[in-house]
Design a protein around this ligand. Structure first.
Ligand SMILES: Nc1nc2c(ncn2[C@@H]2O[C@H](COP(=O)(O)OP(=O)(O)OP(=O)(O)O)[C@@H](O)[C@H]2O)c(=O)[nH]1
Ligand SMILES: [Mg+2]
Length: 448
């Protein structure tokens, strides 16, 4: 248990005016501060006291509720007091100044959650889920963060961690009793358990990839020849006239972004200048930026005018887009203008940005190409940091399987398993370097 900490305080409600404003105090001085702030001599635990909050001369500052949550069964694991006053910025600052004068100091961003983590009230993945829940922009993100906060992600990680530890203990025991070493290896048991673990880590990695995609969203870049209908497509997807649309080729010069969501998945749609050779200096800059945007895309939609067909210039654009490494979906637009039967190439899709046909298919294809299974997948929120740790765990397991196959000895195998376990431990914070904690909690806002 992490003791002798100083007492911290911060406004926990968002800045601005509201019916209520809450100040949270945590640490050994929380209760004495509450006594002096309210003038009450008895403060019951988990009971809403209606009190006057008083300044240094005993004059009332505000009236409101005082709640006391004794540690260790509080959010931070320490004594916590919640001061619920009126939600005006001036009155809250006055209350906070009084609380500082009584012995608390200002909390750093994320410090409440950090204390909760250090006191084992939350693991690291759960603490991150609090930030994700507060920052959620779609309902799907909020639900995924709630699942992580409830510990669903951590539970799977911990189960894998335990299985790994068991296998390692088994192998280390065999190192100490060399007579049994051969039996153990020949039984094929170790190989089988490694295989199972590896499959489970792979599965978790796929699930976490979905969670990270849901949290971070994806960049979808619209590229193609001038007049293909990129800006019309952006407007249709965004449901508003965001980009200028004209029949003049070369209308769009800047890179334009709109945020939409498909089935809870946040997408940043990027409209770009039509790609062509041009002498116009401004348009050339726009085209350079278009290529730049394509470089950073998670998915490129190559928009083609169906009436004009897929020509040599489209081939050249497609090849250059392919170099960015992102998947490419060819979208034939203006199908409403095509009168004779249109033979859509395999893998391509046909739409009309004008009448909206083909958009359901388009959305399905976008989700599929980004590897998003939809909300039904029971996602939890995950971060790049988690994916990175899972990948390192997977690599260590592969190395372990290699060591086993090459008969390189149990010591090497045990070491690989140790590394695999360490990678998993980083996710929940069982193994955590100080800089990792700084990195995670420093991104929180004050009062969390
Ligand atoms: N009939 C029909 N016309 C369309 C459709 N989509 C776009 N257009 C027309 O095609 C012309 C060009 O559309 P834009 O959306 O400006 O094309 P763009 O690809 O953004 O063009 P640049 O910005 O010049 O690269 C406009 O006159 C649009 O009204 C469609 O699905 N059907
Ligand atoms: Mg345009």
């Amino acid at each position: 248990m992490f003791r002798n900490a100083d007492t911290i305080a911060a406004i926990a409600t968002p800045p601005g005016r509201g019916g209520l404003g809450v100040i949270r105090i945590s640490g050994p001085q929380a209760l004495p501060i509450a006594h002096r702030l309210s003038g009450r001599t008895t403060i019951r635990s988990r009971y809403a006291h209606y009190v006057h909050f008083r300044d240094v001369r005993g004059e009332p500052l505000d009236t409101g509720l005082l709640l006391y949550f004794p540690g260790p069964k509080s959010f931070t694991g320490e004594d916590v007091v919640e001061v619920q006053g009126h939600g005006g910025p001036v009155i809250l600052e006055m209350l906070l100044a009084r609380i500082y004068a009584l012995g608390a100091r200002a909390a750093r961003p994320g410090e409440f959650s950090e204390r909760a983590f250090l006191n084992d009230r939350l693991d690291l993945a759960q603490a991150e889920a609090i930030a994700d829940l507060i920052d959620a922009q779609t309902q799907a993100q909020a639900r995924a963060a709630t699942r992580s906060l409830a510990g669903e992600f951590s539970r799977v990680v911990n189960q894998l961690h335990e299985q790994l530890l068991e296998l390692r203990a088994f192998i280390e025991a065999a190192i100490d009793f060399p007579d049994e070493e051969l039996d153990l290896l020949e039984s094929g048991q170790v190989g089988q358990r490694l295989q199972t673990l590896s499959t489970e880590v792979q599965h978790l990695l796929a699930q976490s990839g979905q969670g990270a995609l849901l949290r971070e969203g994806a960049r979808v870049v619209l590229a193609g020849l001038p007049n293909a209908g990129k800006s019309s497509l952006l407007n249709a997807l965004a449901g508003m006239e965001s980009a200028i649309v004209t029949d003049v080729p070369g209308t769009t010069r800047d890179v334009l972004r709109e945020q939409i969501q498909i089935d809870g998945l946040p997408l940043h749609i990027v409209d770009t200048a039509g790609l062509r050779d041009t002498q116009d200096a401004v348009e050339r800059i726009g085209i350079e930026r278009a290529w730049q945007a394509a470089q950073e895309a998670d998915l490129c939609l190559l928009v083609v005018d169906a009436l004009a067909g897929f020509g040599a210039e489209d081939v050249a654009i497609r090849d250059r887009l392919a170099a960015s490494g992102a998947p490419i979906l060819t979208v034939f637009n203006k199908l409403d203008l095509v009168t004779e039967r249109f033979a859509l190439p395999a893998d391509a899709i046909g739409i009309s940005a004008r009448d909206g046909s083909g958009f359901d298919d388009l959305r399905i294809r976008i989700k599929a190409l980004l590897g998003y299974g939809g909300e039904a997948a029971g996602l939890f929120s995950a971060r790049t940091r988690h994916l990175d740790a899972l990948r390192r765990c997977q690599q260590a397991l592969t190395a372990a399987a290699g060591a086993l196959a090459a008969h390189s000895g149990l010591e090497l195998l045990a070491e690989d398993l140790r590394q695999a376990g360490e990678a998993l431990g980083e996710i929940t914070g069982q193994v955590s370097a100080d800089e990792l904690l700084g990195e995670v909690f420093g991104r929180f806002c004050i009062g969390k």
